[in-house]
Design a protein around this ligand. Structure first.
Ligand code: ATP
Ligand code: LTN
Length: 331
């Protein structure tokens, strides 16, 4: 067990878990949990970089935990916890922020995108968000971080911070690698297939929620924006069709090009229906499991409490090492 490499990843409870989160991240978390020591967090501290309704945030965080399990994360195999339950995340984040440059953070595209979207609330947390993410990863000696392609830049920053710290203070952190899936690393919005499917999209037709009922999934996919060519091909410029082929491919285990061959000569209506069927089929067991798990509040509590305890122990060890290295008097 101790020889296995470490994995850390998380999703922020800032909306509903979408098909993008599922295909780009969580589906791979499940695959990896047999061969790695995995830690999967509901990163609630990240989500308050955007204003949240406190009551809804609490309910959503619990829902996320239940959904992680419904998607197949097994609490006997992987550690699951709420980020806010392990104080070492905030503590390490402070030390790392003193080793991160303003210039580096200013280059982050997510900061630029989110500050444009939330002009009334460009808070310091939104700016230092990637430092907290680096702390999440570096606390656990993480080797591999399974994420969608939008997180590549943050991951590179986490690597740079680790390398810099190791250079300044001596070998302390494992330098993590990203694990980005070959298909489905960037599921696009169904309404605007040039931008990524996002759980905080104000238009629910842009995303599929993993708990959407089958008829809603069919409706959203029927409305998906395509093009006027009427030809099913995977190629540059066909954003809508490419997206549908990628979603289908990620689910059935084909490349989008292979999927395109399967639908050659058929119409968009048929493609949309086949994608809808595949998505419904994939999500049906998740939805059934979710129903059972979410009703069992004491089970959920036992999972997140045990998770925080195990994660806390590992995190505390790293934090102590870091405090020692930077010259704090040890307790
Ligand atoms: P928000 O809209 O609030 O920024 P989000 O939907 O982008 O949220 P995150 O919590 O930022 O979701 O991401 C969680 C994980 O899901 C990350 O690994 C991220 O890379 C992945 N992910 C998010 N959206 C997509 C997408 N459209 N396609 C593939 N992976 C995605
Ligand atoms: N920033 C990520 C969520 C996240 C994360 C992490 C992912 C926070 N901490 C650590 C991987 C590892 C996002 O998807 N927006």
């Amino acid at each position: 067990m101790q020889d296995k490499k470490m994995i850390f990843s998380g999703v922020q409870p800032s909306g509903c878990i979408t098909l993008g989160n599922y295909i780009g991240a969580i589906k791979n978390w499940v695959k990896l949990q047999k061969d790695y020591r995995c830690i999967y967090s509901v990163v609630d501290m990240h989500s308050i970089t955007v204003r949240q309704n406190p009551k809804e945030l609490r309910a959503r965080a619990l829902q996320f935990l239940a959904l992680y399990m419904a998607c197949g994360i097994d609490p006997d195999e992987s550690i699951m916890f709420f980020q806010s339950h392990v104080p070492a995340h905030a503590e390490l984040s402070w030390v790392l922020s003193c080793n991160t440059y303003m210039g580096e953070l200013s280059r982050m595209t997510q900061f630029k995108d989110k500050s444009a979207k939330h002009e009334d609330n460009i808070n310091a947390g939104l700016f230092t968000y990637p430092v907290l993410m680096a702390a999440d990863i570096l606390l656990y000696g993480t080797d591999l971080v399974p994420v969608g392609v939008d997180q590549k830049q943050h991951l590179e920053l986490a690597r740079d911070i680790a390398i810099r710290f190791n250079h300044l203070y001596g070998d302390t952190f494992t330098v993590p690698e990203g694990y980005i899936p070959p298909v489905g690393a960037r599921v696009m919005s169904l309404q605007d297939p040039t931008s990524k499917m996002s759980k905080s999209d104000p238009n629910p037709n842009g995303y599929i929620w993993v708990l959407d009922e089958p008829d809603v999934i069919v409706k959203k996919l029927k409305k998906a924006v395509t093009d006027s060519e009427g030809v099913i091909e995977y190629r540059e410029g066909k954003h809508g069709v490419n997206n549908l082929l990628s979603i289908y491919g990620a689910i059935v285990g084909k490349t989008p090009r292979e999927a395109a061959l399967e639908f050659e000569g058929q119409g968009y209506g048929n493609l949309k229906m086949r994608v809808a069927e595949a998505v419904c089929e994939e999500l049906r067991p998740v939805q059934e499991k979710y129903k059972a798990i979410s009703e069992d509040k004491s089970y959920l509590e036992s999972v997140y409490k045990a998770g925080a305890e195990k994660a806390g122990e590992l995190a505390e060890k790293t934090l102590r090492k870091v405090y020692d290295k930077v010259g704090f008097v040890l307790r």
